[in-house]
Design a protein around this ligand. Structure first.
Ligand code: GLY
Ligand code: MN
Ligand code: MN
Length: 433
């Protein structure tokens, strides 16, 4: 098996927690994502709806989950609809879930074929007052295609116009904001695979190597260790490309004397990791590169100290910007006087550090959470400060994933080299080997 099996108890617990948040006499209907088309008869790789995966563990298209905790017939309290498999499907697409397999993965007793969903709905909908449906609610989402869940909302509302419709999203965000121990172990596994990839790179990066070759090395290491690949489109940016925050072309040659920014990480069994390291292409930092690097590392450490229960995302970001301001003054990028006189928008700091410091991490890389929720134990965040000096063709970002623990944060990437000396030593070792 590519992945260790995910304990079914995780999905049982997740559904149980959701039931505790529903109004009486209600029903949840959640559809899988579509397989998105490209051109001609091409498709993109299937990516499951994260909420559906969270509640069932089923990673297959055309799946529908129906929860109806107050159903008169106890056998109808949880029903999972999966795509019917047959000999033709087996020959062309390979094995799909049988009813027994779907039950084993999800822990749901009642499994039906997707084709019968409509007739079940017709019978079940009149028994409830509230219907919870899925909308994709993320601050930065820009969605121009109609998802399967969005199509179903229209369809369901036109068929049952007098039911009371509820948003499933806020409930899922509430559940998913803190991670189950099983989820933490999956994220840890993704981090460990990422570590192996990064260590492999330290012996590979040298002047003349293409950014795309670096990407290929990583993909090999990730996939051979059971990951399906990158958790997100990898950013491998040398020299001034490191200052382009969403640089994904990865098509330039790494030059002697430049730094190389790597925002690259593996997924594992659906969970994500998210790493950034910035290394000197030739294995030795120049004095200036080292100064900037150490400043970013100090901000990383300072941020870790205040990403703690009770603090809020907005306050935290403000405090990190203040730490960053001191470093930018230290680096001579802002004068002490200008720093003091700038307005509360901190425009001078934002010239060099223009993004957020942290985001939730889980089944989605920028994981969902109720907005403005104070930090709390059990949440997993990235910490990713950066300094981007376009006029010097130099950008440095460092990013680790941490679990907020009771007394301190647990760095899930604590084993991945981050100190400049260690990076240099590992790069030299391999070069001279
Ligand atoms: N790799 C995406 C991010 O760092 O947020
Ligand atoms: Mn990242
Ligand atoms: Mn990140």
């Amino acid at each position: 098996m590519r992945y260790e099996p995910i304990p079914t108890e995780l999905f049982l617990r997740n559904r149980q927690r959701l039931l505790g948040l529903l109004k009486p006499n209600s029903m949840v209907i959640l559809h899988a994502n579509d397989i998105y088309p490209t051109n001609a008869d091409g498709t993109m790789a299937f990516k499951q709806n994260s909420d559906l995966f969270y509640l069932t563990g089923v990673d297959q298209e055309e799946t529908v989950l129906v929860l109806m905790p107050d159903a008169g017939d106890p056998k109808e309290r949880e029903i999972l609809f999966v795509r019917e498999t047959n000999e033709h499907v087996a020959i062309w697409e390979g094995e799909k879930l049988t009813k027994e397999a779907a039950k084993a993965v999800s822990g749901i007793e009642r499994i039906e074929w997707s084709a019968s969903f409509e007739s079940f709905l017709h019978r079940l909908a009149p028994q409830v007052d509230h219907i919870y449906l899925a909308t994709n609610e993320h601050l930065r989402a820009s969605v121009v295609v109609e998802t399967r869940n969005a199509r179903f909302i229209k369809d369901c509302q036109s068929r049952y116009p007098l039911h009371r419709y509820e948003r499933l999203a806020p409930l899922m965000h509430r559940l998913r904001i803190t991670k189950d121990p099983v989820e933490i172990s999956m994220i840890q596994k993704a981090c460990d695979i990422t570590e192996a990839g990064f260590r492999r790179l330290l012996g590979f990066i040298k002047p003349g190597v293409g950014e795309w070759e670096v990407e290929a090395e990583l993909l090999h290491e990730f996939v051979r260790r059971g990951s399906r690949g990158f958790a997100y489109t990898p950013i491998v940016g040398s020299g001034k490309n490191a200052c382009v925050l969403h640089y994904v072309e990865n098509d330039k040659i790494c030059q002697d004397g430049d730094m190389l920014l790597l925002d690259v990480a593996a997924e594992y069994a659906g969970w994500n990791s998210d790493l950034t390291r910035t290394v000197p292409v030739n294995g030795r930092f120049t004095a200036r590169q080292r100064d900037v690097y150490d400043s970013v590392l100090r901000v990383f450490r300072g941020a870790n100290d205040i990403l703690r229960p009770g603090n809020t995302p907005m306050e935290y970001q403000k405090q990190v910007v203040e730490i960053m301001e001191r470093e930018l003054v230290h680096l001579g990028l802002i004068s002490a006087k200008d720093a003091k006189e700038q307005g509360p928008d901190k425009a001078l700091v934002k010239k060099y550090f223009m993004h957020g410091t942290s985001h939730h991490l889980g089944l989605d890389v920028h994981d969902v959470a109720p907005p403005h929720e104070p930090f709390a134990e059990g949440m997993v965040f990235t910490i990713e400060p950066g300094i981007y000096i376009r006029e010097e063709g130099l950008g440095v970002r460092l990013e680790n994933d941490v679990l907020i623990g009771k007394d301190s944060n647990i760095d899930l990437m604590g084993n991945i080299p981050i100190e400049a000396e260690e990076i240099e030593a590992l790069m030299q070792q391999k070069v001279s080997a």
